[in-house]
Design a protein around this ligand. Structure first.
Ligand code: OAD
Length: 249
């Protein structure tokens, strides 16, 4: 591992731009369940995504969906950044494309403007009416129950992307651009199974980016990696990034 870590550091040191592409594994050590790894408590092994993360599921039983997100929000309210988030936050030149709907990168000190939330955020609600799209911040510890949009009267819903929905357009365009231009893509804690997000790893590679993968198991991203560091993000990222001169700019 030490040898791989020093190769990865050398690769980062030779990169003028670094983009971090993260998934649920980055927040696992903060107590937030992942979706589909081998852990018994992975969300999609306990709950049905068709019921809870699709427009059809919401329209069939909105109260159930909102109750589930509010349960998750209360867990998120208490979650704190782990050593992986903190190590990333030390690097203020890194730009982030994350599939995570939590706010732990922000809590760790990464400026909000440096983070592209591809799958939206659990910290906000928006109107379900696509031609209204009124948004409101949500108090995670005390989220509002099911309610109507104050502007158009349709139901409010979490401002996250559900299966079958498009990614937020400008976030997607900017994320693609970052991945086309970056010198190094640091892929952390994702199964790389959900598209189009996972396609960003292929895109970066096609445009000449080096790929470093940090994950506690091999995934679809493994074969794209120049260097793969198998282990937990909270253990590997500080060892990779702390006290190392990276990125001259
Ligand atoms: P997944 O749950 O699919 O994958 C998480 C990955 O992180 C797995 O490969 C785990 O083995 C790994 N992992 C777990 N703990 C780790 C740790 N401490 N350190 C490093 N790696 C760890 O999560 P995502 O890839 O983020 O979509 O899932 C993508 C999307 O699927 C999510 O954004 C969500 C979900 O449905 C939406 O909410 C739209």
């Amino acid at each position: 591992m030490e040898n791989l870590l020093s190769q990865a550091r050398a690769l980062l040191q030779g990169s003028a731009t670094v983009t971090v592409f993260s998934g649920a594994g980055l927040s696992a050590e903060s107590g937030l369940s992942t979706f589909r790894d081998k852990q018994a408590d992975a969300l999609w092994s306990r709950f049905d995504p068709a019921e809870l993360a699709s427009v059809q599921g919401f329209e069939k039983d909105p109260g159930h969906v909102i109750e589930w997100y509010n349960w998750r929000r209360k867990i998120h309210a208490d979650a704190q950044p782990n050593a992986g988030h903190r190590a990333l936050a030390q690097r203020d030149t890194f730009l982030h494309v994350t599939q995570n709907v939590d706010n732990l990168l922000e809590k760790a000190g990464v400026p909000a403007g440096n983070i592209h939330h591809l799958h939206g955020t659990i910290t906000r609600d928006r109107c379900h009416n696509p031609s209204c799209c009124h948004e409101e911040a949500v108090e995670l510890a005390n989220p509002a129950p099911m309610r109507q949009c104050p502007l158009c009267g349709q139901l409010m819903r979490p401002a996250v992307v559900w299966f079958g929905e498009n990614l937020p357009e400008s976030t997607w365009i900017q994320s693609r651009e970052l991945c086309r231009q970056t010198d190094c893509l640091l892929v952390v804690g994702t199964s790389a199974t959900v598209y189009p997000a996972a396609g960003l790893i292929h895109l970066a590679r096609q445009h000449g980016s080096k790929i470093i993968v940090v994950n506690n198991e091999t995934t679809g991203a493994s074969e794209l990696a120049d260097i793969e560091l198998i282990g937990s993000a909270g253990n590997i990222l500080p060892r990779l990034l702390d006290n190392v001169a990276i990125c001259p700019q």
